[in-house]
Write a protein that binds this ligand. Sequence first.
Ligand code: PMP
Length: 367
Amino acid sequence: KPKSVINFSAGPAKLPEAVLAYAQKELLDHEGSGVSVMEMSHRSSEFSKILNNAEKSLRELINVPDNYKILFLQGGGSGQFSAIPLNLLALKSGHSADYIVTGSWSAKAAQEAEKYGTVNYVVPKKKKYTSIEDHSTWKLNPDASYVYYCANETIDGVEFQFVPQTNGVPLVCDMSSNFLSRHIDVTKFGVIFAGAQKNIGCAGVTAVIIREDLIGFAMKVCPVIFDFKIQAGNNSLYNTPPTYSIYIMGLVFNWIQEQGGVDKMEQNAVQKSGLIYDLIDNSEGFYNCPLDRDCRSRMNIPIRIGSEAGDEALEKEFAKESTEKGFLQLKGHRSVGGIRVSLYNAVTVEETRRLVTFMIDFQERHR
Ligand code: PMP
C-alpha cells in the first residue's frame, strides 16, 4: 500500500523503502552473526566485509579507476570544506586555490579555505545565486593548487550541467546533493566528495574519492583524522568509522545497482525534475523558479509562489496545506524563502506526479 506521506526533504532525506525494510529485518542479527551491525567491532571480519563491499559497489557504479582511493570519513561535507585545503593547498608553493562560488555551500567552502591559504574567487561574488557565468569570463589562476566547485547547490538550486575545464589543475568537487544521480567521468576529477545524507544514505559518513598522486601533501596542522594519507593508508579505519552509516550506504549502493545503476537514476532525475519544471513553465507565473535555465537543478528546485518575489502569505498557506496532505518538508531554506522540492534518488516518478497534481490543484484554488 502506498505510504500516506512523501518526504521531499533536502537532507537528511528520503531513503529507499527497500533499504529501510532490509535494515529493519536484520537490525538485531546481521547475516546470522547474532549481533547488530551497530554492535560490531570496526575491525571484525563481518564489518570488513561491509566496508569492502560498499567500496566495491561504488567503484562499479561510477567506474572508479584503480589510481583513485575511496575513503569513508566523518565530519560531513563541512568537514571536507576544511580537509580539502588542509590536504591540497600545499600541492603548489603559492598555497592558493581557485573557488567557483555558485551558491551558499561553495561560499562556505571558500570561506573555510581562507583560513589556510589564498582563495581566488573565479566568478564575481553575488547576493543571490541563480546562474553560472560563462566559462570564458572565469578568472582561473594557472598556478592554483586546485580548482573547487559545488556540482549542485542544495539551497539555491544551481547545478552544473558540465564539468569545468581547468587546464591540468586538479579539480575538486562537492557532489553532496547530486552524487549518483547522473553520469560522471571520475578521471576528470582530482577529488570528489559527498556527504551521504541526501542520495546515498543517512548522516554520519562522507564518501571521498581521491586521485592517488594528490595524497601526501597535508599541512602539519591538518587533524590526523582528516589526513588523506593516513586515512588511505588505513582503509578509512585509522579510528572508529561511522559503521552503521557505512552499512546503510552500502545497502543504498546495492539498491541503485538493482534499479539499473546511475543511468537509471539519471533517467528518473530528468523525468522527475521535468515534471516540476513543466508545471512551473506552464503556470502563467503562479509558480516561479529564479534560476537560469542552463543551471536548473534536477535535485533541488527552489520555487516562489504568486509572483517572482514570492507572496509570503500564499507560500505559508502552501506549506500548511502540503504538509496536511502528506507532502513533507517543502518549505524553502530560510535564506531564500519560498518552497523547495528535493527529488533525490529515492523519490519516485509516481510520488513526483502526486505532488504535481497537488500543485495544480493548489494553483486552481489560489490563483
Ligand atoms: N555541501 C552541500 C552541497 C550540502 O548540501 C551540504 C549540506 N546540506 C553540505 C555541503 C554540508 O554538509 P554537512 O551538513 O554534512 O556538513
